[in-house]
Design a binder for this molecule. Structure first.
Ligand code: MIG
Length: 633
């Protein structure tokens, strides 16, 4: 059962597809009050209650014991002390004797103090007075998820080939580099379906342009790669370069489509292209306009995109930069005390993604200028909606691959997400594993992390272990940052091990694809915490290093360096499979704790009794898979 409570006049975020008769917030059943323009409410947490949700967020599957903020943030250090990442997924489930789902449909900041200040209380602060809150009552957390998911609408399904292995890097700067990647994979006989184009394919970082010097005759080149079975996936950034004569910018400015300053002039920020205008994606005519620009690339044969920098990320504004420079000039030649020194340092450190800049951006909503602070969390989702709406209109469903960095619930209907700039850290294998069920609860099924880690240098064993998790994530993409050690599978000495792992993915694609479709069609989860399935098993309830996969299996990747296996908890008897290329090692195991050996070229998978998993023969491309010829695990 879902109950809706409305306060003031909420901005329509598009999160819900079902309409509910809202009651006035004065009837809201939890302890609550308005306080200085904010709404606060609290719910007590039983000793053993688990709090799930918040989608792409730091920390554990059980969110208890920390404070989180819904505020889409471009932050490349995903450490435990953070409170937000790139997304705002305002849905939690408090699961004690009963399960209570809470969805706050509100596009500005929300603070979730989940047993942090007081261990037995979840207190939530909504930073405004115009919002809808939905309470979802159910017997089990899964029944709450399903009811919520039915209300927010069916999850995006990408094309079949998007389940293949994908290689990315910032950047493969030109056609030769891209060819080198495909050759590298082909020579090492490692399957591959997609190669990514990061910002350097563009002309001066201008969206919807292709640098002719780097990619001569781009359309022919795209066709040539498609003939090799490879899809090229270009990046699109939110900001549009300010440059006279650049069609997208000129049009956007003439039509008044960019976000404004308070005085009605265009807001300008500095990002990769230099000064940019930020399209006001919250307006449907701007979405139509920006969405249709993707045609410039689809006309050249492109059928997949990733949308970046759409929190939005702003390196600097003229105002912010001037203030810092002024401060520095005023202190020039002074004998600084430490206070002044740190002020000066902070003046520069705080220039990027600064709250002052966000506060000075305005959107046009129903003819009125609305401060960005009030709608921050739907900016990126609206960019992605622009593209998603265009693709569905133009090509129909399931034709175009797309995923976004920033997101809000609702965007799950037209796109996937990736988990942003993680690190080549062992701890991030686990962090990324924990985000998967949380993202699924919020509707995001097509998702994955940068395998091998984005920032920092990766070792071969880290990439292998990361990939062994990625074998199961719908988006299986290896991506790494500028200046880091090459991270393509063929760049390491033991390429055979990499082949073994990636081949396992291709063997499982028939299963994973069906599982995905079913989860989308039935508002179900692909990955579930063990506690969902074994609610009375105290060990399963606390397990956050393993996940249930569909109704058949459990995954438990290795996440530590220099180990030849791991401990795993089986809440019921299962068969342990170590999959490696076409080789299968298996052992029946009883309920309980076991140490399972897992070599670097093996993918561990645990199949429940009475269940089976179809596998096919591996192939170099998804298009070459024979999904008719199936064996069963
Ligand atoms: O400021 O386009 O998260 O995947 O490689 C960095 C360059 C901008 C951030 C994305 C990352 C991408 C990078 N981008």
């Amino acid at each position: 059962m879902i109950k809706k409570y409305t306060s003031g006049s909420p901005i329509n975020t598009g999160a819900m597809i079902k309409e509910f008769q809202g009651e006035d917030i004065s009837r809201f059943p939890l302890v609550s009050r308005f306080d200085g323009g904010k709404f606060r409410f609290a719910q007590s947490l039983g000793k053993n209650a688990i709090v799930y949700g918040l989608g792409e967020a730091p920390r554990g599957i059980n969110k208890r014991g920390w404070v989180y903020e819904s505020f889409c943030s471009d932050d490349p250090f995903h450490t435990e002390t953070k409170s937000s990442l790139y997304a705002a997924h305002n849905f939690i489930i408090i699961s004690g004797n009963e399960s209570l789902g809470i969805f706050i449909d509100f596009p500005a900041r929300i603070r979730w103090d989940i047993g942090y200040t007081s261990s037995d209380t979840c207190s939530v602060t909504v930073d405004g007075e115009d919002f809808d809150i939905y309470l979802i009552y159910g017997d089990t957390p899964l029944s709450v998820v399903k009811e919520f998911r039915a209300a927010i609408g069916q999850s995006y399904i990408p094309p079949f080939w998007a389940f293949g292995y994908q290689q990315s890097r910032w950047s493969y700067p030109d056609a030769r580099a891209v060819d080198g990647v495909i050759e590298g994979y082909d020579n090492a006989q490692i399957p591959l379906d997609c190669v990514y184009l990061d910002i350097d394919y563009m002309e001066s970082y201008k969206d919807f342009t292709v640098d002719e010097n780097k990619f001569p005759n781009f359309a022919d080149y795209v066709a040539e790669k498609r003939a090799q079975g490879i899809h090229l996936i270009p990046i699109i950034d939110a900001g549009v370069k300010k440059e006279d004569g650049y069609e997208v910018y000129d049009e956007g400015r003439k039509k008044g489509y960019f976000c404004k300053n308070a005085d009605g002039t265009d807001f300008e920020g500095g990002v990769w292209p230099g000064i940019v205008g930020f399209p006001d994606f919250l307006r449907s005519e701007v979405r139509d306009w920006f969405g249709s620009k993707y045609r410039l690339l689809t006309n050249m044969g492109i059928d997949g995109f990733w949308n970046d920098m759409n929190e939005p990320a702003i390196f600097y504004s003229a105002k912010g930069l001037d203030a810092a420079i002024d401060k520095a000039s005023s202190l020039k030649g002074e004998n600084l005390d430490l206070g002044q020194f740190f002020d000066l340092k902070d003046a520069f450190a705080g220039i990027s993604n600064s709250p002052d800049d966000y506060s000075s951006i305005y959107h046009l909503i129903d003819g009125k200028l609305v401060c960005h602070d009030r709608v921050h969390n739907i900016y990126g989702a609206s960019m992605t909606k622009a593209a998603g709406e265009f693709f569905e209109r133009e090509f129909g469903k399931e034709k175009i691959l797309m995923f976004s960095r920033a997101s809000y619930i609702g965007a799950h209907r037209t796109s996937g997400i990736w988990f942003g700039d993680n690190h080549s850290w062992w701890s991030h294998i686990l962090l990324n594993l924990k985000m998967l069920p949380s993202a699924n609860m919020c509707g995001f099924l097509y998702c994955g992390a940068d395998l091998g880690g984005f920032n920092g240098n990766a070792s071969a064993d880290l990439v292998l272990r990361f990939l062994a998790l990625g074998v199961f994530t719908p988006l299986m993409r290896n991506h790494s940052a500028l200046g880091t050690r090459p991270q393509e599978c063929y760049s390491f000495e033991n390429t055979g091990d990499f082949r073994d792992i990636v081949q396992v993915r291709y063997r499982l694609i028939p299963y994973l694809y069906r599982l995905f479709r079913k989860a989308s069609e039935e508002n179900d989860m692909i990955f579930r915490p063990l506690s969902f399935d074994y609610p009375t098993d105290p060990i399963a309830r606390e397990c956050e290093t393993q996940l249930m996969l569909g109704d058949e299996a459990m995954i438990a990747p290795v996440y530590e360096q220099n180990v030849g296996g791991r401990y795993v908890y089986l809440p019921e008897p299962m068969t342990f499979y170590a999959l490696s290329g076409e080789k299968v090692r298996s052992e029946k195991l009883d309920k309980g704790v076991h140490y399972v050996p897992v070599a670097l070229n093996e993918v561990p998978l645990f199949v429940k009794e009475g269940k089976q998993i179809p596998v096919c023969k591996p192939a170099m491309r998804t298009s070459l898979l024979n999904t008719e010829e199936i064996e069963f695990l």
